[in-house]
Write a protein that binds this ligand. Sequence first.
Ligand code: C2E
Ligand code: MG
Ligand code: MG
Ligand code: MG
Length: 292
Amino acid sequence: EAKVAGKNRVVVFDADQDRALRGHSATVESLRQALVGNEFVLHYQPKVHMGSGQVVGVEALIRWRHPQRGLLAPGQFLPAVDDHPVECEIGEWVIRSALAQLAAWTDAGLSLSVSVNISARHLQQLDFIEHVAQALQRHPQLHPNQLVLEVLETSALEDMVGVSRTMAEGARRGLRFSLDDFGTGYSSLTYLRRLPVAELKIDQSFVRDMLDDPDDLSILHGVIGLADAFHREVVAEGVESEEHGAVLLQLGCTLGQGYGIARPMPADQLLPWVQHWEPPAAWRHQALLRRE
Ligand code: C2E
Ligand code: MG
Ligand code: MG
Ligand code: MG
């Protein structure tokens, strides 16, 4: 079990390795080649209903199987194509691959949604929604609401008018949107009202520190109340322990994602994981208490 998890873990560099790497950091051209050479892979991290243990969805997270450097995390190569057309080509590959995988899971009897991270540049393409709709049409067994498009709260704030227009068009076609790393962009209530997002995804920094930092706990409390008031779903990222989940459930946040539930894993490990995973008993009790 630990071995399997270890294999999926992306490479973490120490300072020496990091210095050595700077000499050959990712370039646009190397990423274009990686796309052609089929070197990208998606890992999937479960998003669960912490009280019942139901797995409601998965988030697709890109990795690069680099022929020399091993499995690289997105933070080690995506910055090289930030705001470059190749970023959109990679984004299209991610959407196509995630939908093909979701269709296979659907055929296997799983009922899931897939969340995909969308870069600001990709979202700004005029035909973005049209492309997504076309990608969905290839899989008649999928409903558009099984695709969740995660947009960073900070990207949405950069271009409120464009993003809200794109989201409105997507929502009309049944797609769902999520504001990722929510809380880091300081959206005002007015902005939130204008964005047709189905979900707020609380940034993991607040969750990580909530057990020690009363301010972060207050922020969580506020975001959960906000989501409630606006009838949006709320998901906590960074649920690293049983205690994190228990406190979140106490605050009324039922959806969670994090290392304490599962690390991102290759697609073929998801089905067995879903069949075996059970939430800690304390989470079930917490959920029951709140219902009374
Ligand atoms: P994100 O969308 O906020 O995804 C969550 C990140 O936190 C992932 O890192 C995930 O592996 C990690 N994580 C999940 N649970 C925990 C936890 O309990 N503790 C901690 N410490 N970390 C946790 P990853 O895979 O390295 O991705 C980093 C970021 O890269 C993502 O943040 C997302 O913004 C971006 N990204 C990933 N895949 C894609 C993609 O296909 N396209 C685009 N445009 N961006 C992507
Ligand atoms: Mg995300
Ligand atoms: Mg996030
Ligand atoms: Mg993030």
